[in-house]
Design a protein around this ligand. Structure first.
Ligand code: TXA
Ligand code: MG
Length: 337
């Protein structure tokens, strides 16, 4: 069955809310990426989310709320630090992990005693949660391990045959998933860098730790291999010369930060002005465009690791996981015949 494509207006959101209340699955825009939403209080509806995404049941799902009060109904305790973070960053791309109340079904949290909650800032997401009358559990609306969708067309392409509806909200403004912070232990720890920059979080939490990249994973979005296009992706990292490997630019696509390069089959420039916010906003759609061109490989140029650049580099490293990084010199231009 094909998903209904609903308009992002009162009528469409009302229909989507009705589907959620009846236990169905609706993809909806948030400011970060599209979420695949189900009523968070229905174990059965959430089980369908896992099935449709082919998501391993050890990977917990974020619950979306429309106010901090609603979050308090899901968490067993709310330390002052959590309240300060909600005041500063909600609504917005920050997920907070705290011990859960029994009302949150175990399937939502993959059996963990904690639940990740966030209040999105996208008006369509907020209206949907309010009208559904329940918190909405929603992972990114892609198949497990694949690129997160930042446009309703990308959702339709991946999941259009297996969910009930998609709200046509157009492109998502932030473009990269929320930052996930666990307040379960002290000092607090970043489980996944994302749309809220670490620098901003450190102003309120100078002792914030960042979980080691390849360590045992408390947050499966931090699996080393994740966010992968189907075309092999290589990261250009000078000093990390792999040796041996070389690529002919004419058969490769380039994901560039600010300047285009000569000789590639296709180039996507993330931000001609070098703006990391703009780069994040078009990151997944640029990667998806390159992935659809049937190229031999995608070569990605690193971006500065500050602000949203930390989250972009995190996604790029996972997308290239298992492949050696290349030095620019290894992506050669075939001499003209
Ligand atoms: O921006 C976002 O966060 C998007 C939009 C739709 O809100 N959602 C998203 O969900 O990216 P997902 O499922 O693709 O990634 C959620 C991440 C996963 O890495 C998951 O492991 C982590 O959040 N997470 C959720 N609940 C957790 C918990 N209780 N403990 C640790 N990590 C948790
Ligand atoms: Mg995801």
């Amino acid at each position: 069955m094909k998903a209904e494509l609903l308009s992002a207006d009162e009528g469409g959101i009302g229909r989507a809310a009705e589907i959620v209340r009846q236990g169905g699955l609706v993809a909806f825009p948030t400011e970060t990426v599209y979420g695949l939403g189900a009523c968070a209080l229905s174990a059965e509806a959430v089980a369908r989310v896992f099935a449709v995404k082919a998501r391993p049941t050890f990977d917990p799902i974020i619950v979306h709320v429309a106010s901090p009060q609603e979050a308090r109904r899901l968490w067993a305790r709310v330390p002052r630090q959590a309240q300060r973070l909600m005041n500063a960053f909600w609504p917005g791309p920050l997920t907070l992990v705290l011990p859960k109340k029994p009302v949150v079904p175990d399937i939502v949290t993959a059996g963990l005693p904690t639940v990740g909650v966030r209040m999105p800032s996208h008006p369509v997401a907020l209206a949907l949660i309010r009208r559904a009358g329940c918190p909405i559990a929603a992972p990114s609306a892609n198949r497990f391990g694949r690129l997160s969708p930042t446009h309703h067309e990308a959702v339709m392409e991946q999941l259009g045959e297996s969910i009930d509806a998609v709200i046509a909200g157009g492109p998502t403004p932030v473009g990269i998933e929320s930052t996930v912070v666990s307040l379960v232990e002290q000092p607090p720890v970043v489980l996944r860098p994302g749309g809220t920059p670490l620098e901003a979080l450190r102003e309120l939490m100078p002792n914030l730790r960042v979980e080691a990249r390849s360590g045992p994973s408390a947050s499966p979005g931090t699996l080393p291999r994740h966010y992968q296009p189907t075309t092999p992706l290589f990261l250009l990292e000078p000093g990390l010369l792999s040796g041996g490997q070389a690529l002919d630019r004419r058969r490769c696509g380039l994901l560039a930060f600010r300047d285009s390069w000569e000789g590639f089959a296709h180039v996507e420039v993330l931000s001609p002005t070098g703006d990391l916010i703009q780069a994040a906003a078009c990151f997944f759609s640029a990667l998806r465009a390159l992935d659809r061109m049937g190229l031999e490989a995608i070569v990605a140029e690193p971006v500065p690791e500050q602000g949203l650049g930390v989250a972009i580099m995190d996604r790029l490293r996972r997308a290239s996981s298992g492949r050696a990084s290349l030095d620019a010199g290894q992506v050669w231009i075939h001499p003209r015949a």
